[in-house]
Design a protein around this ligand. Sequence first.
Ligand code: SF4
Length: 200
Amino acid sequence: MTLKIGMKQKSFSVPANLLRQWCYCPRVVYYIELTDIVANYPLWVKQGENFHQLEEKLWQRRNLSRFKLKDGKKFYNLAIRDSLYGFHGVVDMAIETHEFVYPIEFKLSASNKKRGDIMQLTAYAMLLENYFSKPSQYGFLVGAGKLLHTIEISTDRRQKVLQIVDAIRRMLTRGVKPDSNASIFQCCACEYINFCNDRL
Ligand code: SF4
């Protein structure tokens, strides 16, 4: 199956981290990108930033046996922009081997893999492929040195990434607050709850 990439000129590049937010609730992307609301982020957001810094340091000493790889070159905080796909992002960690390239995301929580995490990791794999000119068939979600999930970078997932990026771009261009089907549990855990009057 070939990826269907819109040939229209991309008016602006979409940050790949918005994919995860969009999967949680499209309105979060609206609030982040189109309003000057300063979200009151919970403590775990700061904990997550500290965790990323610590993981980056520790991975400089760890070997790659957790990924069943004999060797490979590690890269950290790799910023990549891709004009073909029209999105950009900063990959926590990437491993380049002779044949392949693998995206790795550090996760503070070892919870079940979420759709947003999978979409974001797939987007990073797509960026890495073009950057290194090597295929990316799998990516990894890791936490505290443990491999949490191995994610296949399938054609369906790649296509879904492109669809979401297009949807984000359309929403940002139109500037209209999108509908949401977020559950009451998602809304209660959301830092923008005070601005969604129709939700609770
Ligand atoms: S409060 Fe609910 S509807 Fe509003 S942005 Fe958050 S998750 Fe979405």
